[in-house]
Design a protein around this ligand. Structure first.
Ligand code: TRP
Length: 433
């Protein structure tokens, strides 16, 4: 069958691709803010402990399953236990739903790149963003354009498309981020910005903060939908799973911190309230960029940075769905890409419109866009992760031995996997709902 012997051509390509998947909007528009708001350095230490000892477990499981069965999410899970094949389908459902809101943001990014490229910088970004996102045609067209751009790379194959995209975009991403962060540190608000982000504040240390840190760690590592599993299935035989997992965690966290070092000095230099999400990225930051010298240059570079971050994540989502379509429907890569792109395109349209004509079309008090975001991030991702951990721990008896050997690390891993991590994930799920 097609794609049988596909492998990353080097370890660096594998790491760049997984880092490309993990580093996305979550690192830039969410992590810095929740770190600053939830106790600074205290949050950082909690986050590091959680990601290094808890989230690393499902991460290793996905990599292990991918490497062992060398096939898509659904077939891999069927190989573990045929009764649980539906868990694989649930992962694929998630990987189809996430792009339907994630790519809407991708479309906005394309629009802002165009704004700064063509020097059409609006006077008031609050007004502009509200007006733009509620339009009908342009946002939909750009969402679909972003979708097609993410589909081109997997369409061309793993080595010729996905690997090349990440090998070029991720180093460029890192260079732009470092330059912007260094520039930000020369601004007058640098000290205040860094204090906002890093200053330890123990008063936030409670259950809510721990759960916030956990939710963020799970989302940012792209686990719970078979993406890491899929990328892991192209791993070389000699690749060490635990080491790769920690490399991924290291780079993902480093980039999230650099993003904060870039953002907060700018925010505090202009004396605006720090925020997160769409209002930070599409309103406050561009507003401030437009006041800097060489405004269109900085604006442009920043949105190109966001574009790289989001498209490399998008590519990994597409590939997860595509490989599953190839293996389960026995179709070609090209056909699988076209089918998946069509499905996501159709669902993305109402999602894009939920900022305008479909604003009042709500369910549980949420627009279609919010509903997609909420149900995937808070319910499906932790639920899938829980099931993957339970399957790995209780159905692949030798996982911990093969992964770490019969030593103290192996025993600890086994206990964490079978008992501790599932209990924690259930807590995340219950509070998320
Ligand atoms: N990790 C991505 C981010 O930080 C978001 C994400 C969640 C993701 N699950 C994913 C990306 C699966 C790719 C595949 O923005």
């Amino acid at each position: 069958m097609e794609d049988e012997k596909v492998q990353w051509s080097s370890h660096i390509s594998f790491i760049l691709a997984t880092v490309g998947s993990a580093v996305g909007l979550g690192n830039i528009w969410r992590f810095p803010y929740i770190m600053g708001k939830n106790g600074g350095a205290v949050f950082l230490i909690t986050y590091l402990l959680l990601i290094a000892f808890i989230c690393v477990i499902p991460l290793c499981c996905e990599l292990f399953i991918g490497k062992k069965y060398k096939t898509d999410t659904i077939q891999s899970i069927k190989n573990i236990n045929p009764k649980f094949k539906w868990v694989g389908w649930l992962c694929i459902l998630t990987v189809i739903l996430i792009p339907c809101f994630y790519f809407v943001v991708g479309g906005w990014i394309l629009n802002y790149i165009w704004l700064f490229l063509s020097h059409h910088i609006p006077a008031n970004f609050t007004q502009y963003f509200g007006a733009y996102s509620s339009q009908i045609y342009m946002p939909v067209i750009l969402t679909l354009l972003f979708l097609i751009m993410t589909a081109i790379f997997p369409y061309r194959g793993v080595n010729d498309g996905i690997e090349k995209a990440n090998n070029i975009m991720m180093p460029l991403f890192a260079i732009i981020l470092i330059i912007l962060a260094i520039f930000a540190l020369t601004l007058p608000g640098a000290k205040e910005g860094l204090l906002f982000m890093f200053k330890p504040n123990f008063s936030h240390f409670d259950k809510t903060m721990i759960l916030t840190a956990l939710g963020q760690a799970l989302f940012t590592l792209s686990i719970g939908m078979g993406t890491i599993l899929t990328y892991g299935s192209y791993m070389k035989e000699k690749t060490n799973i635990a080491k790769s997992a920690y490399q991924l965690i290291f780079f993902d966290t480093l980039i999230a911190l650099l993003a904060g070092i870039m953002i907060f000095p700018i925010v505090f230099s202009f004396g605006v309230e720090p925020t997160a999400g769409a209002s930070l990225v599409f309103i406050s930051l561009p507003e401030m960029f437009s006041k800097l010298p060489f405004s269109s240059f900085f604006g442009l570079v920043f949105f190109v940075l966001l574009f790289f971050a989001s498209i490399t994540s998008g590519i990994s989502m597409m590939e997860t769905g595509i490989l599953s379509f190839i293996k389960n429907f026995n179709i070609s890569r090209k056909k699988a890409t076209i089918i998946l792109t069509t499905i996501i395109g159709l669902i993305s349209i109402p999602s894009t419109l939920s900022f305008g004509v479909l604003k009042d079309f709500t369910l549980f008090n949420k627009t279609f866009f919010d509903l997609l975001d909420y149900s995937t991030s808070n319910i499906l991702l932790p639920f899938n992760t829980l099931l993957i951990c339970l399957l790995s721990g209780w159905c692949i008896k030798s996982l911990w031995k093969e992964l770490l050997g019969e030593n103290i690390f192996g025993y600890i891993f086994n206990i964490l996997l079978k008992f501790v991590v599932p209990v924690i994930l259930i807590c995340v799920l219950v509070t998320g709902i």
